[in-house]
Unconditional design. Structure first.
Length: 365
């Protein structure tokens, strides 16, 4: 077996927001957001990775895929540990190995980090060039995009990372269907203007320009979490699935006038402002704002109003609202459902198919 420090492996692909150059000051790769990943293409009999993590309370789960199919899922060890990712592969064949962070960054946990320091191949193994993908896509969302509820039975209601499975979301499914490189920024319970309980600090746009600013402890900042994200440009699609928690927290912000009051105007205004910010960093992207996997009643009309006003004011015709089918309609059998009252695998599958078909219609128009 031969060990390779991760910063000496030329042919790696990092998916998800990362520090400039991809390597932190200590030479390691850190995966920050849910569904962020490290990929290598190898001709080797077996592949190992040296992985470690830290956290205060919520452990970090990882998934491993070989050629796009998940083969294992496990808790990352706190001490640096060599973990076998795949074994007894056909060493004459190129195999794509993906290490995917299934757990979102835990805001408020100043210890949270996931680190990959080295890879190991059998003596005859080799790293091959990675095949370029067809496009780039960014996802902005909440618990749905973080994969909450995609592990565990429908009866599971405890808020634990065991039930997070970001590698199985509509986002991961869509990226595969489009043969796309992907990036996500998402937090459970957070929204566009406020969180599920009306907390105005639980706003995804506050952190949009940082690598992963929700991790703001001293050690996390030292590894680059609060750096300005530099790898902008070239994104073909930006998919927002944001607003579900604004809907939940609406009453706490409402002045009694509903959609026409302060809370409604705040959402419309922030839709417009945030679209300007997204467009500034993604000048050529088609921006698609989705909702509906968890049924909501107030916010969708406000999002559409904000989009319409933004398009008129900025003459930007590449922003599109898209309603998705809700879990209450789709999920009939137990195996279709997710845990913690969240969308299950079938709803995520249907959402990916709906967005995929919509994107194809844009390409053909």
């Amino acid at each position: 077996m031969k060990n390779y420090p991760i910063n000496q492996v030329k042919n790696i692909r990092l998916l998800g927001r990362n520090v400039a150059g991809g390597f932190c000051k200590d030479g390691a790769v850190r995966l920050f957001w849910a569904a962020s990943a490290l990929e290598v293409n190898v001709k080797a009999r077996e592949v190992w990775a040296e992985i470690s993590c830290n956290y205060d309370f919520h452990e970090i789960w990882l998934a491993v895929e070989v050629n796009g199919a998940q083969i294992t899922r496990f808790i990352a060890p706190k001490r640096p540990t060599w973990i076998c990712l795949a074994r007894n592969l056909n060493s004459e064949k190129e195999n794509l190995i993906s290490i995917i962070k299934d757990t979102q960054p835990m805001a408020g946990d100043q210890l949270h980090e996931l680190k990959i320091t080295a890879l190991r191949l059998d003596d005859g193994g080799d790293f091959c060039p990675l095949k370029p993908r067809s496009c780039k896509i960014e996802f902005i969302g909440d618990s749905i995009t973080s994969g909450e509820g995609l592990a565990g039975s429908p009866d599971e209601m405890d808020w634990i990372t065991q039930w997070f499975c970001a590698s199985k979301t509509y986002a991961a499914r869509l990226a595969k269907k489009l043969n796309a490189d992907w990036s996500t920024i998402s937090q459970c319970g957070w929204g566009l203007c406020w969180g599920w309980n009306g907390d105005i600090t639980s706003s995804i746009p506050l952190y949009y320009e940082q690598v992963c600013g929700v991790l703001n402890g001293d050690q996390q900042q030292a590894m680059g979490s609060c750096d300005i994200y530099e790898t902008w440009g070239g994104t073909d699609y930006v998919i927002l699935n944001l607003g579900t928690n604004d809907n939940s927290g609406f009453k706490s912000q409402d002045d009694g006038k509903g959609a026409d009051g302060v809370a409604g105007n705040a959402i419309v205004s922030e839709v417009k402002r945030f679209l300007c910010e997204i467009r500034r960093h993604n000048p050529k992207a088609k921006i698609i704002w989705t909702w509906g996997m968890i049924p909501v009643d107030i916010v969708p009309a406000l999002i559409q109003k904000g989009i319409k006003e933004y398009m008129k004011e900025k003459s930007d015709m590449n922003v599109f609202p898209l309603e998705l089918e809700g879990m209450d309609t789709i999920e009939k059998a137990e195996e279709d459902k997710g845990s913690r009252g969240h969308p299950g695998p079938l709803t995520h599958k249907k959402a990916a198919e709906r967005i995929y078909e919509f994107i194809k219609s844009l390409q053909n128009s």
